[in-house]
Every structure is written in C-alpha cells, then in structure tokens.
Design a protein around this ligand. Structure first.
Ligand SMILES: O=P(O)(O)OC[C@H]1O[C@H](O[C@H]2O[C@H](CO)[C@@H](O)[C@H](O)[C@H]2O)[C@H](O)[C@@H](O)[C@@H]1O
Length: 407
C-alpha cells in the first residue's frame, strides 16, 4: 500500500487513591527482579497467552528460557488468535456504524472508566501541583500517541501541529520518544533534533554522552545526524543477524496472506494484521508461530493488530525510561517527576516504571503514566487521554503552565 505524506513538511515523508496504584502496579517486593511484562489487556488475557511465564531472569540482560523449545511452542496459534482478538478491540467508527445503541453503551462505559483513569486534561492541576519546584521529564510513545493509528504503518505521520507541540514542550522539559519502531524510522516521522529517541521498544537508545556509561556493556560512542557525539545503547545488538533472518522468513511465510505486512524494526519485527480479513488471522498466527518455533531466544508479544517478535532479553520500555533518566542526569535528583504517555501494551512496562522510579527512591513523590485510549482498558497508568488530539492539548497545556508558573 503506497502513501504520501499528509502535508508538505513531513520530511519522508486522585487525588488518586494510592490503593488503586498499589492494586494495579506489579510492584511486589522483588521489583528489582523486573517483571517480564507484555500481557494482553489485563482484563481479557487468557493465561495460555503469556508465553514466558516459566522464564526466570539471569543476572545479566538475558532471560533464562525453559530449555524446552516449547517456551514458545506452547503459545498455540489458537491461543495467539485469542490474544489477537482481545488486543484488537473494534475501532469506534465500525462500532458506531454497526450499532448506535452499542455506541451509547460504550460511551457510558468510557465515562465510567474515566472515574478510574481520570482525564489528564481534566486533572491537569493534580498533575502539575506536585510538579511545582520539580523538573518534569517527558516520555512519549509514537504510534497511537503522537500520530493516529492508520491502516498503513508507513503512513503514520504526525501532524504539523503535533510536531510544533512536541518541539515546544521539549524546549521546557527534557523529552524522549520511546517507540516500537526502529529509531531511524521514528526519527523520520518526528524529525525533531531537540529530543532523545529510543527505538525497537527501547532496545536502541541514543542519548547524550555520559562518561559513566563508557564501561557499560552494549553502550558505545557514536554520532547523531548532526554529527554530535552521542551514546548509543543497544542491549540486543547480538540479535541483529537473527532478527534479519526472521524478518526474511516472516516476509516469505506471509506473502500469500492478503493484507499481512511485515516490518523490520531493527531489533524486533512487527507482523501487522490490521488489513487482513479476520477469518485469516489464524493463518497469520500459525505462520508466525511456524517461524519463531525455530528461535527459542525470540518471543512473541501483542500490540494493536500487530504481532511483535523480539529478543528474550531483560529489557523493555520501562527500562529504557530508567536508562534515559540516567543518561539525562536525572536519575538521582530529588526534584524530577517523570511523565510517560503511551497507548499500547508495551507502554505498560513504562507506566509501572515511572511509578516505581520515584516511589521506591523517594517517598512521597510519584511519576505519572498517562494511557491514551478511547476505549476502556485496564492499565498501570494513573491518568488517561482519549486520543492524539488530547495528547497535543496536554503538551500545550504543560508549556502554558511552565511559562506562567512562578516556581
Ligand atoms: O511503540 P509505538 O511507537 O506505539 O509502536 C508500536 C507499533 O506501532 C506501529 O504499528 C501500529 O501503528 C500503525 C500505524 O498507525 C498501525 O497500522 C498498526 O496496526 C499498529 O500496530 C508500527 O508500525 C509497529 O512497528 C510498532 O511496533
């Protein structure tokens, strides 16, 4: 499917109850053991869909996977299909078209859900009051957060207004984008040099040079597009040849499925089924399953009408937040308040992490996760925004608040 940029300058173009927090966070005493997340939406997941419940963490970045290849094989294609369905609620347009009554019910359900996940716009003071005298660090997902979800992943452009809003907010707050896409690709969409970028679900981070990272394994010095020296952290670098191989196999194995699209995101691969007839979703699941059964060091996770193949390493968007905070010199500061805005399952790791970051290190403070969703779903976020349009309003409000704030 071809697409053209939607505008010329796309270059390529509660007081929340702490009880709820504790209920929803996976913050048991072993938080440092780092939970392997990526469940399907929490209220709909079937246990058979959690591929690595038997995995344990080794000291280093790699997960110890049960020796049986069945670690992955146990995700039967049929279970995978369940998860594809549960992680892909029908879009609002088709619901409205099919049944106005159902749409009304959905709106009622959404309003009820807002009681649990208040709008970050309506609760703006609740967010900014504790931020007075503190430095906000902003972390943004890309697809579904800064750009609307569209059928063709190559056409997920952000609007000029959104770009301007992100640029402005980055002038006032350290800002990073953490995406499932390859870092290069997300940069081509965003095209702003004022930000830090993490691609491949945080497995490819470019950040400012920090000498303390020189001894960090997987962290090297590099240069960015402007020739500036940067640190490049790629904890899954050894998986590159494997990911390329799997990408080619997946392309080959799915080429006869109408609408299926395989995307190489450098350290992970996305298999999109948004444009596949629902009756063929089982075929997609089966074909992906057939490929990754030969790769016990890869795992499968679910996003919005996408299956994602990624290395079995102890790293996710949440860890990327921690790494970036450290890169930005913000990890040991009493006065830092991280805010993470995202829409997808992989963002849940980051929602947990921004909460954990502050709560564990500094009693009384907290970071905020903001879920972008127009349908009710369980989340580790505290607040919500309905869609990228509301995300943009939120970013603009932060700038106005900062400009007018006396502290
Ligand atoms: O972490 P993100 O920046 O949210 O990236 C997650 C995936 O986003 C993209 O796919 C999603 O958006 C597409 C464009 O709107 C849509 O067509 C697709 O159905 C969604 O799943 C991206 O293409 C994937 O590679 C990312 O992993």
């Amino acid at each position: 499917m071809d697409c053209l940029p939607n505008n010329s300058d796309n270059k390529t173009l509660k007081s929340l109850s702490s009880d709820r927090r504790l209920d929803s966070m996976d913050l048991k005493s072993n938080h440092t053991a780092l939970v392997l997340a990526d469940p399907a939406p929490l209220n709909r997941v079937s246990s058979g869909l959690l591929p690595y419940s038997g995995a344990t963490f080794s000291q280093n970045l790699f997960l110890t996977v049960p020796t049986m290849k069945a670690g992955i094989l146990d995700i039967r294609a049929s279970n995978c299909l369940d998860s594809m369905e549960s992680s892909s609620p029908p879009d609002k347009k088709s619901r409205d078209f099919n049944n106005d009554l159902e749409s009304t019910d959905t709106d009622v359900a959404y309003r009820a859900w807002l009681l649990k996940y208040p709008s970050a716009l309506a609760s703006f003071d609740q967010i900014t009051n504790p931020a007075k005298g503190k430095r906000i660090a902003l972390f943004l997902d890309y697809d579904g957060t800064l750009s609307p979800i569209v059928d063709n992943p190559d056409c997920a452009f952000m609007s000029n207004d959104m770009r301007a809003a992100v640029k402005n907010v980055a002038e006032f707050f350290p800002t990073a984008i953490i995406s499932g896409r390859s870092r290069d690709k997300v940069y081509e969409f965003v095209w702003l040099t004022e930000l830090n970028y993490a691609g491949s679900h945080g497995m490819d981070i470019m950040g400012p040079v920090r000498q303390s990272f020189d001894d960090h394994s997987n962290c090297i010095r590099s240069t960015d597009n402007q020739g500036k020296e940067v640190n490049l952290f790629q904890p899954a670098s050894e998986f590159l040849p494997m990911i390329d191989e799997v990408f080619n196999s997946l392309v080959n194995n799915t080429k006869d499925i109408r609408g299926a699209k395989v995307e190489n995101n450098k350290f992970c691969v996305s298999v999109h089924y948004r444009n596949v007839d629902e009756k063929d979703w089982t075929v997609v699941a089966q074909r992906v399953h057939d490929v990754i059964r030969n790769y016990p060091r890869l795992r499968l996770t679910h996003g919005r009408k996408v299956l994602e193949v990624r290395p079995v390493i102890n790293w996710d968007k949440g860890k990327a937040v921690t790494f970036l905070l450290e890169s930005l010199g913000l990890s040991n500061c009493e006065d830092v308040l991280p805010i993470y805005v995202g829409d997808d399952q992989t963002d849940e790791d980051a929602f947990k992490r921004v909460y954990w970051f502050i709560q564990v290190l500094r009693e009384g403070n907290c970071g905020y996760g903001i879920l972008v969703s127009s349908v009710p779903k369980e989340s580790n976020a505290f607040f919500s925004l309905k869609d990228p349009q509301e995300v943009m309003e939120f970013l603009k409000s932060l700038v106005v608040w900062k400009k007018t704030s006396t502290l």
